[in-house]
Design a protein around this ligand. Structure first.
Ligand code: NAP
Ligand code: ZN
Ligand code: ZN
Length: 346
């Protein structure tokens, strides 16, 4: 392929700058994608700011990618030039472990290849969606149905699947009571998906300012967790809690709101390990679980589901030069509800 334009950081605590990036020539099964939109996930921020350990530079993040196929390798059968496609959090996996073979490549036993901050099978560092183009094996691309705009589809590639997967796995549907903790990028898509699956949805957020939004997104109950007695009266209420926040949460408090056989599933990555007394789970055969994104197969299922139900993310579209400011605003929970970068500005 050659040199393309990207935005990344070149040193710890550095600002985003425009960079040249080498993308590989198309291999047999590769697809060249002209990126149209790239979402900003809070995981990009954790990674770039070194909160998840050492990173390599230049760091070009972005794993919520939507665009158009510009060229295909000779062996490609899944896409044609002009197709609307997406790329999520990983771009390869071993394809032969038990989890890959059973369609759970997000849980590849040999670890999948991250869209950024990883090394691919060619020995090259991977670079993500804050760039004009990306080259990806067709087995790790998604088709974006016509019913969803590419801009509001981009965040579904991480936020959408990260919520869809646990909601589906834990049986969300009519008659189920589901709580989503944290109304951010993940949380707001989670409310829409859980509602579309037929569940009653409660949103738990620190901020009273989001009450009207919670109702608009489909929540039938709003709990402001900043109030000291916020969870009182909610004992034995929820079949499933999906927690999107990463710090400042006492999970034991929330476990008491689960019903018999209920589960609390964390997708927010905790900064500290949890300590949970036996009785908080044993009294009701409850589970405390965690979930990481979703497989390629399930991500396609999620995109099709979202198209059927008219679900996209609520986005604030920004230009490349606004990325640093957007990061600060995400950390301050000052985004409604996902920043998406217009790739034409890279
Ligand atoms: P986000 O847009 O920043 O939303 C997080 C929400 O958490 C905020 O909107 C806020 O909602 C709430 N919150 C509670 N305490 C907070 C605090 N001290 N600081 C900031 N926000 C706080 O982030 P996101 O992109 O949804 O990601 C959420 C978490 O999930 C991150 O840790 C991210 O790394 C992780 N993640 C995990 C996966 C996975 O596969 N497991 C995938 C993607 C992201 P309220 O104001 O409503 O309380
Ligand atoms: Zn993400
Ligand atoms: Zn594998």
């Amino acid at each position: 392929m050659g040199i393309v334009t990207a935005y990344g950081v070149t040193e710890p605590h550095g600002a985003f700058t425009k960079l040249d990036l080498e993308r590989r020539d198309l291999d047999q099964n590769d697809v060249l994608i002209k990126i149209a939109f790239a979402g900003i996930c809070h995981s990009d921020i954790h990674t770039v700011r070194g909160e998840w350990g050492q990173i390599t530079f230049p760091m070009i993040p972005g794993h919520e990618i939507a665009g158009i196929v510009e060229a295909v390798g000779p062996g490609v059968t899944k896409h044609n030039v002009g197709d609307r496609v997406g790329v999520g959090c990983f771009v390869d996996s071993c394809r032969e472990c038990e989890n890959c073979l059973s369609g759970w490549d997000n849980y590849c036993l040999k670890r999948n290849t991250g869209t950024y901050n990883s090394v691919d099978k060619y020995g090259m560092p991977t670079a993500g969606g804050y760039s004009s183009h990306i080259v990806v094996d067709e087995n790790y691309t998604l088709s974006i149905p016509d019913g969803i705009g590419l801009d509001v589809a981009a965040p579904l590639l991480c936020a959408g699947i990260t919520m869809y997967s646990p909601l589906a796995h834990w049986g969300t549907g009519p008659g189920k009571n589901v709580a989503i903790v944290g109304l951010g990028g993940l949380g707001h898509v989670g409310v829409k998906i859980a509602r579309a699956m037929g569940a009653e949805v409660t949103i738990m957020t620190r901020s009273n300012a989001k009450e009207a939004d919670a109702a608009r997104l489909g929540a039938s109950r709003f709990i402001a967790t900043s109030a000291p007695d916020a969870l009182e009266g909610l004992r034995n209420t929820f079949d499933l809690i999906v927690n999107t926040i990463s710090s400042g949460i006492d999970v034991n408090h929330y476990l008491s709101t689960l019903r018999l056989h209920g589960a609390m599933v964390n997708v927010g990555v905790p900064t500290e390990p949890y300590t949970v007394p036996f009785g908080f789970l044993a009294g009701g055969q409850k589970s405390l679980a965690a979930s990481a994104i979703g497989s390629i197969r399930e991500t396609q299922e999620m995109l099709n589901f979202c198209a059927t139900h008219g679900i996209g993310a609520d986005i604030e579209l920004i230009s490349a030069h606004q990325i640093d400011d957007a990061y600060d605003r995400v950390v301050a929970s000052d985004v409604r509800y996902r920043f998406v970068i217009d790739a034409a500005t890279f």
